[in-house]
Ligand binder design. Structure first.
Ligand SMILES: Nc1nc2c(ncn2[C@@H]2O[C@H](COP(=O)(O)OP(=O)(O)OP(=O)(O)O)[C@@H](O)[C@H]2O)c(=O)[nH]1
Ligand SMILES: [Zn+2]
Length: 372
């Protein structure tokens, strides 16, 4: 067992481990994936099992200087085995993707939430499911909410996929709805699913192949939990049995926030991700409105406001019916919000939000990191 990966590397691969992460692992340290964090400590899954770890002085110092450096669910961590047999979280491996809460925390600073700035809610998420019910109470799917969540999804660096949930509730209108959804999600896969009958659930599972990690974003009641349960199947029950079995000396019931699914793949489900709101969506907004951006490139004036300018390609597209007018309105609305958020963030935070890769580059500059 001299391998730094531990006794059973297939366990690691089932948690999303791959060659790219392996190349970043400092020599002599043990890889583990963070399943949950709780004030100064984390729980991890590794080839050696599921256990709590404390942060090294190095991690604590870095996190005190910048909360973005705090471990979060989904992170790959490098652990050091201490002489007494315990493990310490020594370093974080560079994040491939990250959900960063910035704007909301800033705005509510001094309020009750006590949120910190630039806090990372989840890391290394490959697929972001945007769940919107076909019918929510008596309202049909909210296209504006889909656009907003797509902006967050793009911003994270993960691959967005729209899921119209509760497809059973809408009947014949479904085809029309899916056509509308396609107009607000250019270049994004969209599927109708029903977690109760299981319709479409296999399609969702397909996105997790290759042990990908996903999150499900969506409003309260969108059907996130029902979908996760449908995907998790017996895996969730298995986890509960293991927990009951190793309950020796551990009296707190732990809700694991990184859930390995039956048939492969993982879902991150944390209160933070459930409550994710809006923050600086600058880059994400452009991705969501790529159809509009492409049209705007063809406007006669580079600074066209698409109001009444001559030669405006956007207005022409609305005129001839190829672009729904509400699409331009949504674009304006989200841009206003993004600008408003930006005006409220300080320069440091704004930079962080606008460039998700900065996190990765900063990680790479850390001392003690082995390079391939
Ligand atoms: N008809 C129908 N109802 C569904 C479907 N999926 C979920 N529901 C119902 O919708 C309600 C909300 O589902 P949840 O899975 O709890 O929604 P959620 O997104 O997890 O909600 P929060 O926990 O508040 O964030 C529940 O009563 C579910 O039974 C579906 O495919 N069809
Ligand atoms: Zn224009």
């Amino acid at each position: 067992m001299s391998s730094p990966i531990g006794s059973d590397s297939s366990v690691l691969f089932s948690l999303g481990w791959n060659d790219a992460f392996a190349a970043e692992l400092p020599t002599g340290l043990i890889p583990a994936r963070v399943t949950r964090v709780d004030r100064g400590a984390a729980e991890v899954l590794s080839a050696d099992g599921h256990f709590p770890v404390h942060y090294s002085a190095h991690v604590r110092r870095a996190a005190a200087a910048d909360p973005v450096d705090l471990p979060c669910v989904g992170d790959w961590a490098a652990l050091r085995r201490l002489p007494e047999g315990r493990f310490e979280l020594e370093a974080l491996l560079p994040r491939r993707t990250a959900f960063v809460r910035g704007g909301v925390g800033r705005v509510s600073r001094g309020g009750l939430s006590g949120d910190s700035q630039g806090q990372v809610l989840a890391a290394n998420v490959d697929v972001v499911f945007v769940a919107e019910p076909a019918l929510h109470a008596t309202d049909t799917a909210d296209l504006g909410r889909i656009e907003r969540l797509l902006a967050l999804a793009w911003e994270s660096g993960g691959l967005p996929v729209v899921l119209i949930t509760k497809s059973d509730l809408i009947g014949e209108g479904l085809d029309f709805l899916m056509e509308e959804v396609a107009t607000v999600a250019p270049g994004v896969d969209a599927h109708a699913i029903c977690s109760i009958t299981g319709e479409g659930v296999e399609i969702v599972r397909g996105y997790l192949k290759g042990t990908r990690t996903a999150v499900v974003l969506g409003a309260s009641g969108a059907g996130k939990s029902t979908l996760v349960n449908a995907l998790a199947g017996e895996a969730v029950m298995e986890i509960q049995q293991v927990r009951a079995g190793d309950g020796r000396g551990r009296h707190t019931t732990v809700h694991r926030e990184l859930i390995p699914l039956e048939g492969g793949g993982l879902i991150i489900d944390t209160p933070g991700i459930r409550r994710i709101g809006l923050y600086d969506m600058g880059e994400g907004v452009d991705m969501v409105f790529s159809d509009l951006e492409a049209l705007a490139d063809r406007c006669r004036f580079a600074d066209c406001g698409h109001d009444s300018e001559p030669g405006c390609a956007v207005l022409a597209a609305i005129e001839d019916g190829t672009l729904p007018e509400r699409r331009l309105e949504s674009w304006r609305k989200l841009q206003r919000e993004a600008a408003w958020m930006a005006s409220r963030s300080d320069a440091r935070l704004r930079k962080e939000l606008q460039n998700k890769w900065k996190i990765i580059h900063k990680e790479m500059r850390k001392p003690g990191r082995s390079r391939p």
